[in-house]
Design a protein around this ligand. Structure first.
Ligand code: AMP
Ligand code: ZN
Length: 135
C-alpha cells in the first residue's frame, strides 16, 4: 500500500519529526496553515478516525494534548485548532488518520469561512432524532 505517512514512520520518507514513541509519531505539516502546524498520527495505519481502535485513539489524543501544550509554550501561540478531516467530502487527502494541530494567533488571517445555516421550524428536532436513533 502506498502511504506517505507510513513512509515517514518507516523512515523511507523524511519529515521534521517532533516526537515519537512506540505507538505515535508527530511531525510538522509540510504545507502549514500557520508555521508550526503539526500532525499527529498512529504508527499503525488506519484510513480514518472511525477505524482507529479506542486504545490507539486514546494514546493519539494524549500525545495530541502534549504537542498542543508544546506549541502554546514553544511558539507563544494564543490558541490552536485541532482538526481531523474524515472522508474526501471533509477534505481528507491523506488516508492515514491524523490530527492537525494548527497554532492560532489573533489576526492570523485564517478562517474556516463558515456559511452558517439556520434550522427551519421543527427541523432541529428531526436532525436530533435521526442521530439519536442511530446511537
Ligand atoms: P488532510 O487533507 O487532512 O488529509 O491532511 C493531509 C496533510 O498532510 C496536509 O495538510 C498536507 O500538507 C500534509 N502532508 C502531505 N504530505 C506530507 C509530508 N510528506 N510531510 C508532511 N506533511 C505532509
Ligand atoms: Zn499509512
Amino acid at each position: 500500500m502506498d502511504c506517505i505517512f507510513c513512509d515517514i514512520i518507516n523512515k523511507s520518507a523524511s519529515a521534521e519529526v517532533l516526537f515519537e514513541n512506540e505507538k505515535v509519531i508527530s511531525f510538522l505539516d509540510i504545507r502549514p496553515i500557520n508555521y508550526g502546524h503539526t500532525l499527529v498520527i498512529t504508527k499503525n495505519h488506519f484510513d480514518n478516525f472511525l477505524l482507529v481502535p479506542d486504545d490507539e485513539l486514546s494514546e493519539l489524543i494524549r500525545v495530541t494534548k502534549v504537542m498542543s501544550n508544546a506549541i502554546i509554550k514553544g511558539l507563544n501561540s494564543e490558541g490552536f485548532n485541532i482538526v481531523a478531516n474524515t472522508g474526501r467530502a471533509a477534505g481528507q487527502s491523506i488516508f492515514h488518520f491524523h490530527f492537525h494541530i494548527i497554532p492560532r494567533f489573533r489576526n492570523d488571517n485564517f478562517s474556516f469561512k463558515p456559511n452558517l445555516k439556520s434550522y427551519d421550524n421543527g427541523s432541529m428536532k428531526e436532525f436530533a432524532e435521526k442521530i439519536k436513533m442511530a446511537l
